[in-house]
Each structure stands twice: as structure tokens, then as C-alpha cells.
Write a protein that binds this ligand. Structure first.
Ligand code: FDA
Length: 328
């Protein structure tokens, strides 16, 4: 996403006066609902479309460590439901919701507890990437947990950041084929001293990160709805000798087997965004994972997303006003 234009800024300015019911009406496409039962219902529906999932309990930076307990408990409930229903699903967590910015050691310990419990069920945990204040701490957390033998954890790397190609190299050196990245453009509008800010540059940098991750032997989750990123990734996969067969990874050594993962890569999309594109990729034989956010904090989440990156507002408005351009 590039710099916000006047339309995007106008949408953000309007968020303050939008009635709550209207925000709910719009956001129900992008948020499974307020409760875990809602998320379960959505996963049942999308399982029929051949999708697998990563579940996000809404809520981000917390102000007291007590609040982290809520997230730990709620993710335990999510894990139990995934197992009870036999979903092909893993977890996405926000490190700051576990306390990483308040107290690094306690935050890390909270994350460790969840990752350990997930490991007992062969379940993967993705540390979502937040803004640049936590990039190092999040990557360090992955390194620390892998060093302790917990390899069912990986993070997200943002193509827009200048540092990301180096991060991919460093992580590959430390983690080898156990490195597992979700690569996306990055939603946070970072300053131009550390990030690309023009749309074309962000897109090209993101593609470069996907290619680098594949070349370095990592498992790569390509998280984008942008045709340019997806087409370039498909070309890179073809050039790298991938066929769409599950289990086939032409690299040597190929990443180790992970429960519920594809052959070295997968595509990931947000709930409610570009469903036909996702289903098309699935029909071509690619593993596709849908990001399922749910929780009481749906209102705060929706408003924050718009404010963090005003171009999201334009995309949501376009999908609402011109539904034929972007079906769920
Ligand atoms: P782009 O923004 O160009 O979107 C391409 C097209 O997709 C748009 O033209 C529009 O049609 C549609 N679209 C995209 N977003 C939409 C929306 N919200 N509503 C309606 N239509 C939309 N970021 C981050 O910083 N940390 C993270 O941990 C994650 N995690 C994550 C997980 C998954 C599964 C995905 C798909 C994305 C993320 N992101 C993220 C967000 C990511 O960084 C990026 O901001 C968005 O994916 C939008 O970028 P695209 O590559 O989709 O391109």
C-alpha cells in the first residue's frame, strides 16, 4: 500500500462520525465475529472451499501484563476448538498483546508457554509483525525459541522495510531450513528512512523478499492480494522447479515437514478479501490459508486498521460500493 490519497484520508476523517452499527456492518466481512463460535462457523464454511486457516484473537498492544493472561487463555481455547473440530489451522498472535513491549522477559515467557503447548499438538504459531518498534524483539523471540528446540514458530517479514532482505539472510543462517516466514507488504506506514513508501517500490521489494526466502530454503507464506505479487511469486515458483503437488519441494535441503503446511510455500489472504483469487489458486493446487480475526475488540480493530493505513479505507469503501471488484 502506498501513500494515502485524498479519498483515503476522507474515509479516515469520517471514521470518527460513523455509527458503530455501520462499522459493524462493513467489518463483518473482514472479522469472523465477536466470539470463538463465530470463528468456528466461518472456518467450517471456508473448509468447504479447500482453505486452511490462521486464527487471530483481536487486540494488540496492552498496557498491563495482566491483560496478556486474557490472550494466553483465549488462544488456549482456540487451540482446543481447532483440535476438537479437526480444522487445518494454526495461530497468529500479536507479540505486544503478550507483553513484549512492556517487559521483554515476561512477554517472551508468555509466548513461550503458548508455543510449547502448541508444539504438543504439532501446531504452528505465527508471530504477526507490528510496527518497527518491535521488529528486532519479534525476530529475536523466534531465534530464542528455535534455539530452545521450539521450531513450530515463525514470524512475518514486511517487504516495505529496507532491512528485510538482510533479515531473511540472517534468519536463514541461524535457522536453516526451519526458517518459516510470512512475507507481506507491511500495513504500518513507516518513515522513508527505514521503508519504501511508493507503491511500486513496495511491491517490487515484497516480490524480492518472496524470491529471497525461497532461494534461501525457508518456508514462505506469500501473504498478498496483489496480482503483481502473486503473479511474480507464481513465476518464481515455476522457475524454481515447483509443481503444485503437495509434498513436492525441489530445494535441497527442503524445509522439514510441518503439520498442515504446503510444499515449502503457501498463499495467505485476509478473510473477506479477493475470495475468487484465493479459490482460483486453490483450484490450481496451491495451499491457501485464510487469516481469521475474531474477538470482542472488532470495533477498535476496524478503526485502528483504517487509521494505521488510510489506503485500507479506500479498499474497503471500493469493495462496499463496487462489490463486483472484490468478492469475499
Ligand atoms: P494491496 O494493498 O495492493 O491490495 C491488493 C488488492 O487487494 C487491493 O486492490 C484490494 O482489491 C484488495 N485488498 C487488500 N486489502 C484489502 C482490504 N483490507 N479490504 C478490501 N480489499 C483489500 N501486515 C503487517 O504489517 N503485519 C502482519 O503481521 C500482517 N499479516 C498479514 C497476514 C495476511 C494473511 C495478509 C494477507 C496480510 C497481512 N498483513 C500484515 C497486511 C499486509 O502487509 C498488507 O497491508 C495487505 O495485505 C495489503 O497488501 P496487498 O499485498 O494485499 O496489496
Amino acid at each position: 500500500m502506498a501513500k494515502a490519497g485524498p479519498f483515503s484520508r476522507a474515509i479516515v476523517a469520517m471514521t470518527g462520525v460513523m455509527p458503530r452499527w455501520f462499522v459493524r456492518y462493513i467489518s463483518r466481512r473482514y472479522v469472523a465475529g465477536a466470539s470463538l463460535d463465530d470463528a468456528v462457523r466461518v472456518m467450517h464454511r471456508l473448509t468447504e472451499q479447500g482453505a486452511c486457516f490462521t486464527v487471530d484473537v483481536l487486540g494488540e498492544e496492552i498496557t498491563t501484563l495482566d491483560e496478556a493472561t486474557f490472550f494466553l487463555e483465549e488462544y488456549r481455547r482456540v487451540m482446543a476448538q481447532i483440535l476438537a473440530h479437526g480444522f487445518d489451522a494454526n495461530l497468529s498472535i500479536k507479540p505486544t498483546a503478550f507483553g513484549l513491549l512492556i517487559d521483554h522477559e515476561t512477554g517472551l515467557e508468555n509466548i513461550r508457554r503458548l508455543v510449547k503447548e502448541a508444539a504438543e499438538h504439532d501446531m504452528f504459531v505465527r508471530l504477526d509483525m507490528e510496527d518497527h518498534r518491535v521488529t528486532d524483539a519479534t525476530i529475536d523471540a523466534v531465534h530464542t525459541l528455535h534455539a530452545e528446540g521450539l521450531t513450530n514458530v515463525g514470524t512475518v517479514l514486511q517487504g516495505r522495510l529496507h532491512r528485510t532482505l538482510d533479515d531473511i539472510d540472517r534468519m536463514s543462517e541461524q535457522l536453516g531450513p526451519a526458517a518459516d516466514h510470512r512475507i507481506c507488504k507491511g500495513i504500518y506506514l513507516e518513515p522513508d528512512s527505514i521503508a519504501h513508501t511508493a507503491r511500486k517500490a513496495i511491491t517490487e521489494a515484497t516480490v524480492a523478499c518472496v524470491v529471497r526466502g525461497l532461494e534461501r530454503g525457508a518456508y514462505v507464506a506469500i501473504a498478498s492480494h496483489d496480482d503483481a505479487v502473486i503473479d511474480a511469486s507464481l513465476t518464481a515458483l515455476k522457475d524454481g522447479g515447483w509443481t503444485n503437488e503437495e509434498g513436492h519441494d525441489p530445494r535441497d535441503p527442503s524445509p522439514p515437514h510441518r503439520q498442515g503446511k504446503g510444499p515449502g510455500y503457501e498463499f495467505q489472504m485476509l478473510l473477506g478479501v479477493r475470495g475468487p483469487l484465493r479459490r482460483g489458486l486453490r483450484e490450481q493446487g496451491h495451499r491457501t490459508r485464510v487469516y481469521i480475526p475474531y474477538g470482542e475488540k472488532w470495533y477498535e480493530y476496524s478503526i485502528r486498521r483504517l487509521k494505521e493505513n488510510p489506503t485500507v479505507g479506500a479498499q474497503v469503501a471500493k469493495a462496499f460500493l463496487m462489490p463486483w471488484t472484490n468478492r469475499p
